[in-house]
Each structure stands twice: as C-alpha cells, then as structure tokens.
Design a binder for this molecule. Structure first.
Ligand SMILES: Nc1ncnc2c1ncn2[C@@H]1O[C@H](COP(=O)(O)OP(=O)(O)OP(=O)(O)O)[C@@H](O)[C@H]1O
Ligand SMILES: [Mg+2]
Length: 503
C-alpha cells in the first residue's frame, strides 16, 4: 500500500493575537477519504497549510506514516509525499500545463528531453478522467480548467497523500463526480490517502469515509460518515441546526430591458470560439441565469462587461445608453460586478479590508460628486457597516483582505458591489466556496436586490443554483446563446444537453 496515514496532535496556530487553530487533533487512516468540514473562517485551510509546511504551527505535532515529522517548510511535505490542491491557483499562469507538470517534478533533469516527457505525459493523460489543453498558457484557461490542471499535477507527482481544498467548486456536476470517483478509487485501492475540504455535504455523504469538523479554530466533532446524518454535520459546524430559508420573489420582470446586448463579438483565448451573442436582454426585477460548461465564453463575457476585454463588434446598452464598461460609466449607470476568483479579479489583496470595501467610492462624496482627498473616517465607518451587515469575519478591519478566508473575501466583494443604487448586477459564481449558511445568506441578498428592481445577470457553473434563483435561464455554448427557458419549470436535463452541445 502506497497510501500513508496522517495524524495531528494538539496543533495550534496564531496570527498575531488571533488564534486560528486551537489544539486541533485528528487522525486520518491510510487509504481513506477524510473530509474536513467547517464554516467559512473555521480554520480548515490554515490547518492543511500547517500540514503542508506552508505555515508553521506554533505548537503541536504531525505523524506521517508511522513517524513523527517536523514539517517546517513545503519541501519537507513534498519529501514525505504530501501534496495539495489549493483553493487558489498555484501553477505558473504564463506556462502551459505540460510545462507546469514537467517542471513540478522534484527530479526534473537539467536538460529536458521533451519528446520523452511528452510521451510520458500523454500516457498519464490517457488514464485521467478529464482532459485539458496541454500546450496553452494556463492563465488563458477558465477557472474550471485550471482547477483540473492543479489536480492533474498532484496525480502526476505520484503523491501518497493529497489534500484538496474545495476541489469541485469550479467544476460541472459531471466533472466533479468524475474527480471524486477517481479520488475514491485511488483511496480504495490503497494508492492514496485523501483529505478533502468541502462545503458540499452531498459530496461528503457519497465519497468520504470519515469527517472532522472544525468550529472557530477548535475541534467540534467528527466520526464515520455512515454513522452521521447531514443534520448532525451542520449542527457540529454551526453549533445549531441550520434552517434553510425560503426565497420569496416579489415584483415581476418589467417589460423594457435595462441591459441590452446586440451582436456582441469578442475574440476568444487561444483559438477558442470567441463571443458571438446575437441578443441578450435583462430586465429590472429579473435574474437572467447563464448556464454553461466553464470555458464556453462566460469568462469572455464577464471581461467585456467589466472592461477588461475590448469587444470586436456589436453593442451594449444600459438604460438605453451606450455602455463601454468604463469606471465612470459604471458609476453613473449603476453597473456592478462580482467576477469569479474575486481576490484576484476584484480586490487589492495587500490592502486592508476597509480599503477594499471602499474601492468603488473612495473618490466620491456621499452624493456621488468627485472627491479630491480621502475621507478616512467616512471610509472606516462605511467599511465597518458592511463588515457588520454581511457578517464578514476578519481579524480586524485593517487586516489585508488577502488574509481573509475564501468565503469572507467573497462576502466582502459582494458587500461592496451591492452597496448603494445597483441598476445592473453581473455576478459569476457568487457562492463559490461559501458554507451552507453563507450560501443561503448570499442567495437571499441576490433575490432581495432583484426584488428591489436590480437587473441581474447571473453566470454560474452550478445548475442547482441557477434553477433556484433565475427568472429565466439561457445556455451558453462556444460563445453563443443556444437555448432559453423560463426559470419556473425549467428542465435540468434539457439544459444539460445544450450545455454539452448535443442539441
Ligand atoms: N495569513 C493570515 N493572517 C491573518 N489571519 C489569517 C491568515 N490566514 C488565515 N487567517 C484567519 O484565520 C481564520 C481561519 O481562516 P481559514 O482560511 O483557515 O478558514 P477556512 O476554514 O479555510 O474558511 P473558508 O471556508 O472560507 O475557506 C480566518 O479568520 C482568517 O481570517
Ligand atoms: Mg479555506
């Protein structure tokens, strides 16, 4: 059996005065799938980063295999056969998947025999449940494809233990199932021990053997999956049973569209079909959901609407005025965006939470006029209100936003983008990485914005989310809108067929 066990005893980790992990002990048996659960900010990522030598625990021990090991730096973890797929991307974006994989090997020779390497890589890829383009710079790929490359890298390195931090969030349901099935098989056959962090209890129930639950940095419980119910697990996570709220819609979509897109074209990355949208309208009091397999133009559309990619033709209008995604237009027309990977695409990671919450408004007075000096007191006040209203968990309002847990970054950006009068809101995967409670909260806020009259374009890789939230759903495939259906009574299978291009 190649797989080895992992044990932690009394692991504590502090960041300044803040204790992120407090005396955490757990045991992962070799060849099992062990799920690590907990609310946003519970300390899951911090724990696995200590295990991987990315952070140094203040106290506590790790036993890897049957030996106590000091894991002081990532190289130590590497040597022990521990690998990790992080919540954020770690591969070099300017290099291709092939280059990234080969370069990641510890024994990479000084002169690379590319022909032999390609052969080896080809054989490896033929055993994998999914494919990615091997020769295109990873930075050009959609999040879902990059996620797959990160997983492939760990498998390529022949680890003995793999830690996955929310691996399926950017994948389609089918891809997620394939990845989890593969992990399950590798564990059962004794090849690998798997530690998986996820917020999806369905995945835990179907694929994990045991769970450990963290709450606010402490152990809150755990056990064999077969002996626990989903309610047991959420109760351990949040300290009480979670009551899912019901979303109430009020107000029907108005007749006149607020966001109109006509004949919009843009180039696609690396020879992929670009955008080619004949017509797309979003009305006030309407959530228009865009379904599609990641990599079919969603990212290009988001970039065009956010001003990061120039369209090559067509027109976008907001409230009947021409729109070119400039910052002052966005301000005047009330257009807001929540892109995917918000830490990378919508934050200044080294700046404070307060500064990030004020990015849209720091140069404006309260009534929208231009301001020439910063009102730091007003910024702090606004920031604190948003932190309070959205329940953003941060060590301090002045902490760099890059130090927040994934879910709390997401909440921060949404808090900022929902602040003030929002005429058009464009969101991509808004619940990516959020815990059950936060998902319910964010969805309620999205519906509340719709009820208040916002016209909303919701791009999501999560079909369940689209079915729950959308007034209308369209499917995007190879840059085109290929199918449309009302949200009520929408047929998931029919949507799935169009997503896969089998229409
Ligand atoms: N480098 C750091 N500096 C300061 N505080 C940090 C740092 N890293 C994490 N924290 C804090 O430690 C706590 C735990 O964060 P962690 O990222 O481990 O949470 P998580 O359980 O992974 O949450 P999520 O589900 O949102 O990813 C959070 O309150 C976070 O703000
Ligand atoms: Mg995390």
């Amino acid at each position: 059996m190649r797989a080895i066990g992992v044990e932690a005893a009394g692991v504590t980790k502090r960041f300044g005065a803040f204790t992120a992990l407090d005396d955490v002990s757990l045991k992962v048996r070799p060849g099992t799938v062990h799920a690590l659960l907990g609310e946003n900010g519970a300390g899951k990522s911090t724990f696995v980063k200590c295990l991987l030598g990315y952070y140094r625990a203040d106290s506590g021990d790790f036993v890897i295999g049957d030996r106590q090991e000091a894991i002081a730096q990532p190289q130590d973890a590497d040597r022990l056969g521990l690998g990790m797929v992080y919540q954020h991307f770690t591969l070099v974006p300017s290099m291709s998947a092939a280059e990234n994989l080969v370069m990641a090997r510890a024994d990479v020779p000084r002169v690379i025999a590319w022909k032999a390497e390609r052969k080896r890589l080809g054989e490896f890829m033929s055993r994998m449940p999914f494919k990615i383009p091997l020769d295109i710079a990873l930075g050009m790929l959609a999040a879902g494809e990059r996620q797959k490359a990160e997983i492939l890298k760990q498998l390529y390195l022949q680890r003995r233990v793999i830690v996955l931090d929310e691996p399926t969030s950017t994948l389609t349901p089918q891809e997620a199932e394939d990845v989890l099935n593969l992990m399950r098989e590798l564990a059962t056959s004794g090849e690998l021990t798997i530690i998986i962090i996820t917020h999806k209890l369905k995945e835990v129930m179907a694929f994990a053997d045991e769970v450990t639950v963290l709450r606010r940095g402490r152990m809150a419980g755990g056990g064999k999956v077969g002996e626990l119910t989903a309610i047991d697990m959420t109760t351990m996570m949040i300290g009480a049973a979670h009551e899912p709220g019901t979303l109430t819609r009020s107000g029907d979509p108005e007749a006149a569209a607020r966001l109109t897109i006509r004949d919009l074209r843009s180039l696609g990355d690396h020879g992929r079909a670009g955008l080619d949208i004949a017509a797309l309208d979003v009305r006030p009091h309407e959530i228009l959901g865009i379904a599609g397999v990641s990599g079919n133009g969603q990212r290009e559309l988001m970039e065009v609407l956010g001003g990061q990619r120039p369209p090559t033709g067509g027109e976008i209008r907001v409230a009947d005025r021409s729109y070119h995604a400039r910052r002052n237009e966005m301000h005047a027309l009330g257009v807001r965006l929540l892109p995917e990977e918000p830490l990378r695409n919508a934050c200044a990671p080294g700046m404070s939470v307060i500064a990030n919450l004020n990015l849209r408004t720091f140069d404006r007075t309260d009534n929208g006029a231009r301001r020439f000096w910063l009102d730091r007191r007003r910024m702090a006040e606004r920031g604190r209100t948003m932190i309070e209203m959205f329940g953003i968990r941060t060590p301090s309002p002045d902490a760099p936003i890059g130090a927040l847990s994934g879910g709390n970054v997401q909440r921060s950006v949404l808090a900022r983008e929902l602040d003030g009068d929002v005429e058009v809101l464009i969101v991509a995967n808004p619940c990516f990485g959020l815990d059950v409670k936060a998902v319910a909260e964010i969805r309620a806020r999205i519906v509340a914005a719709r009820n208040a009259g916002t016209a909303m374009l919701l791009i999501s890789a999560d079909l369940d989310e689209l079915l729950e939230l959308s007034d209308r759903i369209v499917v995007m495939c190879e840059g085109k809108i290929v199918y449309e259906t009302p949200g009520t009574g929408a047929d998931a299978h029919e949507i799935g067929r169009h997503m896969a291009g089998h229409a």
